[in-house]
Design a protein around this ligand. Structure first.
Ligand SMILES: [Zn+2]
Length: 273
């Protein structure tokens, strides 16, 4: 069985803010030592293969006010010789003076394959017109954009920027842009995320960080949306390993074809066409 994990954080321990370090240590007391291993991309590749992962999206993070500063350049370099690692850039429109230009550089010069945005960590609304040149460029470059939606354990993040409904504007105004809602509106917006991904052909929901055993409670009609749901783990910020998450999804009362779509095929279409 093939699996694409659409949500992995690499980076060094020092790239994380103290509050982010604190929340990681609560989940895993060995998190600091673990980061020494993570710094080596070959170690991460072998670890992921051992967990049953075929490809993994590695996310940059430009949110120094809240969680971390893991530069896009660092992620591009980290992934460059490892075929199974797929680098995604991150932009912070309040810190990057010309974010659309930066995006072109990351994609054309550094070979990055997508973009991650964290509005609730960086304090802007995703439908703010300042972001529109970035979306236009991403649409032209044919790269997917992941938005953090819903709650977060990191202190200082602001939930009002993480409402999936704000992406309705973006999905409507950029109909060719592939939009992925990380965490599917975690907290109290599961219904919105589900509806939006049914409503817009270009919007996907990812189940990163949601306990598999609760998936059918949050999304009772998950099966009806089998072509729009994608898997991510949020490793290393998760209590159990990736493999146990994958197994728990396989154990849900879903059709085999739905499980295959969630774990691999939907992401494959987005990443490889
Ligand atoms: Zn994450």
């Amino acid at each position: 069985m093939k699996v694409i994990d659409f949500h992995i954080h690499a980076g060094t321990w020092d790239m994380n803010t103290p509050s982010c370090q604190e929340s990681m240590l609560k989940i895993n007391p060995d998190a600091e030592d673990l980061h020494l291993s993570i710094e080596d991309p070959e170690w991460l590749r072998d670890f992921l293969i051992g967990e049953g992962v075929t490809y993994a999206v590695i996310l940059a993070e430009h949110a120094p006010a809240t969680s971390a500063y893991c530069p896009s350049e660092w992620v591009a370099d980290y992934c460059k010789d490892i075929e199974i690692l797929i680098p995604f850039a991150c932009l912070n429109p309040l810190m990057d003076p010309e974010p659309a230009h930066k995006l072109v550089f990351y994609v054309k010069e550094l070979g990055m394959k997508g973009l991650k945005l964290l509005p609730s960590y960086c304090f802007y609304f995703p439908n703010d017109p300042i972001m529109y040149p970035v979306y236009k460029k991403a649409e032209e470059l044919k790269i997917p954009v992941i938005f953090h939606t819903g709650s977060s354990d990191i202190s200082g993040t602001k939930l009002k920027y993480a409402d999936p409904l704000l992406l309705d504007d973006v999905a409507t105004d950029f109909p060719e842009l592939t939009i992925i809602m990380a965490h599917s509106g975690r907290g109290f917006w599961y219904d919105r995320a589900f509806f939006l991904s049914r409503h817009h052909k270009n919007v996907f929901m990812d189940i990163t960080g949601l306990p598999p055993k609760n998936l059918l409670k949050y999304f009772p009609e998950l099966e009806r949306n089998s072509e729009k749901v994608i898997f991510g783990s949020d490793w290393p910020g998760v209590p159990k390993g990736i493999k146990s998450n994958i197994e728990a999804i396989c154990d849900l009362p879903l059709k085999d074809s739905t499980v295959e779509n969630i774990l691999y095929k939907n992401s494959e279409r987005i990443l490889f066409g």
